[in-house]
Design a binder for this molecule. Structure first.
Ligand code: M6R
Length: 600
């Protein structure tokens, strides 16, 4: 989605804005622009297309204060006029979010004599700030924002003043020496500073070269904590890999290991989850649990349902966030929201709905300080490091890791998992990173199979129980990055309709690791083989039976049935990656998609 950067300091701003914008490219965008105060006036340069294209049209500009933006079109087409920054008089604005009452404001401002040139809602904000401007930019921004309904993260310049504000859209302020920064995403400014202030909703910041003042809606000064960000800049670089996605797939053993680290003792059979603010009594008496998420995080939640049901014998509901917010949630139940970014608008809206119904709330997320983490009762962090590729990979694995830990912990507290079983499960869980590495070492084989499928138009991924969410995830990955139509199905459901689509031209990936449903899975494989489909099975190393029924097999190390999804995940990710690569697709920035979806 859209990205914001801003700078006020002692250095030339253009190279800093461009470098920071490039670090936001992964979020997905269709146009980009900057505005710089050159000592006399604000110069704006923007265009449709990529940042490298913008760089080509930039004249030499001298100035030490500026704002920049990457736009992902929501209101108005992706073109030069609609690209940000938008201006009104001496004011220039970049904005993420949606102004819901923009039409009323536009009508009113038009009657007051302002002329609109774009189709965007953001231009309303530029004119509104100009309208209220009386030699104090902070006051003008504060007054203008009171008229706005909707969500925003904004950075505004007027002469040598820089002001930023947020509501329901992320924004951080980076603190430097004689220079300060604004960004919608920490990786944008990691090259310059690790000290950040997380702006809260409805706060407005006035950012000078040597100090930052933050105000609440009544213009009272707010004291904020400066956080030291412990991220490695290399996490936001490709480090020799052709794509971030491939790098992040390879980082999964480490991400999984980090997410486990310090949280388990397999010798004692103990799990300790920092950030989980639920008493043992609350866990024992828990009558209902809902998992809520979108996209890949939803697929993690669906696996979470199977895991919790297996460990606690309690029924769990899992729901798509954009639908849950219209559903009934019962007070006293636990709502677990899963979100890599912690900023997904649909998930945030569902969380707020759950809170207002009196539910207890717990987040599983990867981003410290994100909006969701600040609104829930408990947070258990995944520790994947920043994920840049639009397609979620390592964060999915870390989400699964947390769900395994949570479900086992709940089962133990509820007395449904004994100490011996717990020790055995934890010992197996610790083997997972090494087992993933074995699969990664075998990637050439997976690549060879994937290349066979590069010209297919349709695909099926099938699995049962624990493997069904991985079938969904495989199909989602393939759709996102290769643009091939793919379906993820519970294998037993094929005969109720989708089997009509199976022909020799439709490859089927059958996730057929050993477990309680293995025999039924083999029957489902036979059903698709009988319709001439090419079947590639993902199966255990020790399974000597499966090759009789399928065209090809990719082996994964044997583990506990409930842990095998993590290993199959690596395979379906690599299949999708290599198919997309063979089709020459822009893997890290697929069309129409954004890394963090901050609109509903
Ligand atoms: O940040 P979140 O986990 O809340 O994001 C949810 C989805 O937007 C996300 O998983 C999306 O489906 C990914 N592009 C999947 O690869």
């Amino acid at each position: 989605m859209c990205g914001i950067v801003a700078y006020n300091g002692i250095r030339q701003t253009v190279p800093i804005l461009i470098d920071s914008l490039k670090r936001l490219e992964y979020r997905g965008y269709d146009s980009a622009g900057i505005a710089v105060f050159n000592g006399n006036a604000v110069e704006v340069h923007k265009d449709k297309g990529r940042i490298v294209d913008l760089e080509k049209i930039l004249p030499a500009i001298s100035g030490t204060i500026g704002i920049g933006h990457t736009r992902w079109a929501t209101q108005g087409r992706p073109n030069k006029v609609n690209a940000h920054p938008h201006t009104s008089g001496r004011i220039a604005v970049v904005h993420n979010g949606i102004i819901e009452n923009y039409q009323q404001l536009r009508d009113w401002l038009t009657k007051s004599g302002y002329v609109f040139i774009s189709e965007t809602d953001t231009e309303v904000l530029a004119h509104l700030i100009n309208h209220y401007y009386d030699n104090n930019l902070t006051d003008a921004v504060m007054t203008a924002l009171k008229d706005i309904k909707g969500s925003y993260a904004v950075a505004v310049i007027c002469g040598s003043e820089l002001v930023a504000a947020r509501k329901d859209s992320p924004l951080v302020i980076g603190i430097g020496e004689g220079e300060n920064f604004v960004a919608s995403d920490i990786p944008a400014i990691l090259n310059y500073t690790r000290k950040v202030i997380f702006l809260d909703d409805l706060e407005v910041a006035s950012i000078a070269q040597d100090h930052v003042s933050i105000f609440d809606t009544h213009k009272n000064a707010v004291q904020k904590t400066i956080h030291l960000i412990d991220l490695d800049i290399r996490d936001a670089e490709k480090s020799g890999y052709e794509h971030f996605m491939l790098k992040e797939i390879h980082e999964q053993p480490r991400a999984f290991h980090e997410t486990l680290a310090g949280r388990i003792s397999e010798l004692e059979g103990i799990i300790k989850l920092d950030g989980l603010n639920l008493t043992e009594d609350e866990i024992k008496n828990m009558s209902r649990i809902n998992m809520i998420a979108c996209g890949t995080s939803f697929n993690a939640g669906l696996l979470g349902k199977y895991l919790f049901e297996q460990s606690t014998y309690t029924h769990i509901d899992v729901e798509i966030a954009s639908e849950f917010r219209y559903a009934h949630s019962s007070p006293g139940s636990l709502v677990i929201v899963i979100s890599q970014s912690g900023e997904t608008a649909d998930t945030l809206a569902a969380l707020r709905e759950a809170k207002s119904s009196g539910c207890m709330t717990l987040a599983i997320t990867n981003v410290m300080g994100s909006t969701i983490t600040r609104e829930v009762d408990s947070v258990v962090y995944t520790r994947s490091g920043p994920e840049i590729g639009v397609a979620a990979t390592k964060t999915f694995i870390s989400q699964l890791c947390v769900l395994y830990l949570l479900s086992l912990y709940f089962g133990k507290v509820q007395g449904k998992i004994n100490s011996d079983r717990m020790k055995r499960m934890l010992a197996s869980l610790k083997q997972i990173p090494a087992q993933m590495t074995r699969i990664l070492n075998n990637k050439e084989l997976i690549k060879n199979y994937a290349q066979k499928f590069a010209s297919s138009n349709d695909f099926f991924f099938i699995g049962r129980t624990f493997n069904y969410p991985i079938a969904l995830e495989g199909a989602l990955k393939l759709k996102e990055i290769s643009y091939i139509h793919a379906e993820g199905y519970p294998a037993g459901e094929l005969k109720h309709g989708p089997l009509a689509l199976i022909t020799k031209d439709v490859p089927v990936i059958a996730i057929a690791t050993k477990g309680a449903t293995y025999d039924k899975m083999v029957n489902n494989v036979k059903e698709v083989k009988a319709r001439d489909a090419y079947v590639l099975a993902i199966a255990d190393e020790k399974d000597n039976e499966i090759e009789k029924y399928v065209d090809a097999v990719i082996r994964v190390p044997a583990t506990e049935e409930m842990f095998s999804p993590m290993l199959s995940t690596v395979v379906v990710q690599l299949i999708s990656y290599y198919i997309a690569k063979a089709r020459n697709c822009p893997i890290d920035q697929p069309r129409n998609l954004a890394k963090s979806v901050t609109v509903e």
